[in-house]
Design a protein around this ligand. Structure first.
Ligand code: CIZ
Ligand code: SF4
Length: 319
């Protein structure tokens, strides 16, 4: 504990010395989320992290999250230095959608409007017409559908089919998935609900359809935290990365949160419902990159220029 406190103090000192600001995702270790808040940075979803970083005067951003979040920050703030605690922290959605294969898929369907999820590489975003996050994807697809557009969607198949069902849009889906959310199980969740009939079920739409079907609220991380805070219920079953419970408990003190069941259990699965790449962010490697200035994120400027169009379209739509 003393060691932890010392590390936190060192990070606070280094952030000041380096004139850097820390932005952290809801899925990273609670200590990092607290540090981001205590030091004037932000804890949020992938989009808000990038937007906060862009609008903050600091010349150096430290992104505690996964690689696509660092890249999106760089795309929105090409003049800033973006550092990450571990450059190997990636995402199964990003890994499962390599830019060359994706580009060939788009070439094969030139009549479709290309909509990609935030959880993709800069090169994939550069090939897209629109980038969306889980909080606004549904509205944007509904808007495009109303204009008679046919959609090519990538990479998350569960989020894609959820949006397809809700909007009735013609969507061709890339078959990617999140290795955390894909593990949530509908039958087990139904049993757990029966044990807690008073509980409300909060589900992130990267989860399989039979899990989404049992939800009281389907939404992005920010939307699920808001639901926990504002809904009258006192017990919630949560189907998303369990890193989010840190913020939910702080936002809704006195309420009770239960993790939704996954394929494994705590005896067989060390990282059930927790992203192994988010877990690569820690106090030690955060302090180290601040000290050394290493682990900088680079995005090819031309790729960044192309990718920013898809992101700005979404931001303009949201405004
Ligand atoms: O699952 C993720 O990685 C999410 C929800 C990212 C985000 O948009 O904040
Ligand atoms: Fe990717 Fe899933 Fe990890 Fe989010 S939780 S970074 S979607 S693998």
């Amino acid at each position: 504990a003393a060691e932890k406190t010392a590390l936190k103090e060192r990070i606070k000192r280094l952030l000041k010395e380096r004139k850097a600001v820390l932005v952290a995702h809801y899925y990273v270790d609670g200590d990092l989320q607290d540090l981001a808040e205590e030091t004037g940075g932000c804890v949020s979803d992938s989009l808000e992290m990038a937007r906060f970083g862009r609008d903050h005067p600091a010349k150096t951003l430290v992104v505690a999250g996964v690689r696509f979040m660092g890249e999106t920050a760089k795309i929105l703030s090409p003049e800033k230095r973006i550092l990450m605690p571990d450059l190997d922290a990636t995402c199964s959605l990003d890994l499962g959608c390599p830019a060359d294969e994706f580009s060939a898929f788009c070439d094969a369907h030139p009549d479709r409007t290309v909509v990609v999820y935030a959880n993709t590489s800069a090169a994939v975003k550069a090939r897209a017409d629109w980038m969306v996050t889980s909080s606004i994807g549904l509205d944007i697809v509904a808007h495009l559908h109303a204009q008679g557009k046919k959609i090519l969607w990538a990479p998350d198949k569960h989020l894609g089919s959820y949006i397809q069902k809700q909007t009735g849009a013609d969507m061709l889906l890339w078959q990617g998935s999140c290795l955390v959310h894909d593990e949530f199980k509908g039958i087990e969740l139904d049993l757990l609900k029966a044990e807690h009939p008073e509980a409300k079920v909060l589900v992130h739409p990267e989860s399989p359809a039979n899990v989404v079907d049992l939800a009281d609220v389907v939404g992005s991380t920010t939307q699920l935290i808001n639901a926990a805070q504002t809904m009258g219920a006192t017990t919630f079953i949560v189907a998303t990365d369990n890193g989010i419970l840190h913020k939910m408990r702080a936002a809704a003190p006195g309420k009770h949160f239960i993790e939704a069941p996954t394929a494994g259990n705590s005896a067989t699965c060390k990282s059930c419902a927790h992203c192994p790449w988010m877990a690569m962010n820690g106090l030690q490697n955060l302090a180290d990159v601040l000290e050394s200035g290493s682990n900088e994120i680079h995005v090819d400027p031309q790729v960044g220029k192309e990718a920013v169009r898809a992101i700005d379209r979404m931001l303009d739509f949201a405004a």
